[in-house]
Design a protein around this ligand. Sequence first.
Ligand code: ADP
Ligand code: MG
Length: 544
Amino acid sequence: METLEFQAEARQLLQLMVHSIYSNKDIFLRELISNASDALDKLRLATLQDGLEADTSDLHIEIEADAEARTLTVRDNGIGMTHEEVVDLIGTIAKSGTADLLAKLKEAKESPELIGQFGVGFYSTFMVADKVSLVTRKAGTEGHGTTWESSGEGTYTIDDAPDAPVGTSVTVHLRPKDEEDRLFDYADEWKIKEIVKRYSDFISFPIRLVSADKPAETLNSMKALWARPRSEVSDDEYHQFYRHISHDWSDPLEIINMKAEGTFEYEALLFLPSRAPHDLFQRDARRGLQLYVKRVFIMDDSKELIPDYLRFVKGVVDAADLSLNISREILQQDRHIQMIRRRLVKKVLSTIKDLLTNNREKYDTFWREFGRALKEGLLNDPDNQKAILDVATFASTASTDEPTTLAAYVERMKEGQEEIYYLTGESRSQVENSPHMEAFQAQGYEVLILTDPVDEIWVEAVPDYDGKKLQSIARGNVDLPKDKEEPEPEGDFGPLLGFLKEKLDENVKEVRLSHRLTTSAACLVSDADDITPTLEKMYRAMGQ
Ligand code: ADP
Ligand code: MG
């Protein structure tokens, strides 16, 4: 037997669990069932795709409670783990962004939202247990299995388990009753049934309650949620399913059902989250949808099903006509997958449009959380550029709190105004106080205030909206309609302009009079084809 130490981050997370910052402890059982379900999916997939020889005729999950010993065991006959996998998967937290998240968690003690972003999974058992033991054997391996045991206090033990069957069994040793101020016990059968029904009904393998003196009883309906008509599924069921696939604690903002019949059949159930994950802008973040073929789980994180700029969308696609042993490489070229992807994009964009028209509050939440990601699509998905512009909103000088659509901007354009004016910058106040703004403000022209880094880039890629050119007011001759008619005569200013030009020779191309300014004495503008100041700064920061 060996005694090993938890990795530092794992130890911190365990501390949080032991002192249980979740108010809802029931979820530990959901997490164990979720892991068991994943393990069964993996075993089935290994037999389909890697030619693993294993009996998959009765894949199932068992729950066994012992009221006297006060233990609860969740058992699966899934893929199992090797000795090394137990150490790597259970003893460490390999997820990216963990350190960041733990730091944030420390600041904001009672914050289920933060934890939920992160799928605490297996460790949540330590909310109710003073000891957890696990016995596992990996499918398709020779030799013995492995046991793992810990009280969550910094170390765990690991040992050989000569007779372990294939699969994994987790036994939770419940804390003494008098330490808990609640009326039920997690070893109570009615409580187990309630939790399974509430959190895990849709799990596609039977979850059986087994006991010595009664025949086993299946607790879940196993119905694939995406295959059921929306009217028959409660919001709560959708929410539980969303948690299972997303590891997000909060409820989704919007649920999208799709069903295509005919030559190529598929069903999809998509979710728009209500909060951006902490790693939305990290390269290594998990993204993509779950792919099923005829109710059989094929893979997680299928990036081929959804473009990168919609990476926040969670959900499931169940395609009827794909091969069960389709690989990621084939997926990339598959025509059907590309077609599904196009349809999903259209559907997501039309759903956002619906929110914009019919539920502005939800839309605003969506845009606040995901607008920055969605705008990447203006660059990467030219086919849908117009559709994305239609659902985008921007801060503008017209209102301090309500962002505007481009359509609404165009409607408010002044007589004689032909272009959509914008100014980019780092913050609203910086943009508002820019000298470039003065004349536009003074004459009542509305200017869009673009402060996301991606704004600098997409404005270059989008030539116009509704035939109106997007025009930076920091560039070239964006003279107001009035200016265009009569250039300001130099008059008495000739000598001053000459003097300034000479003094600033190295730094400017030209010094001229302008109507642009009302109170400031001077401002810098760039040529029409020069890059904007912010972009210039960005390039410089990138070392270009
Ligand atoms: P997550 O499920 O989000 O990956 P968990 O903490 O729930 O995180 O589990 C960590 C890892 O341990 C899983 O990814 C899986 O590889 C492994 N694991 C947990 N439970 C089981 C199980 N019943 N069978 C096989 N592997 C498991
Ligand atoms: Mg898990």
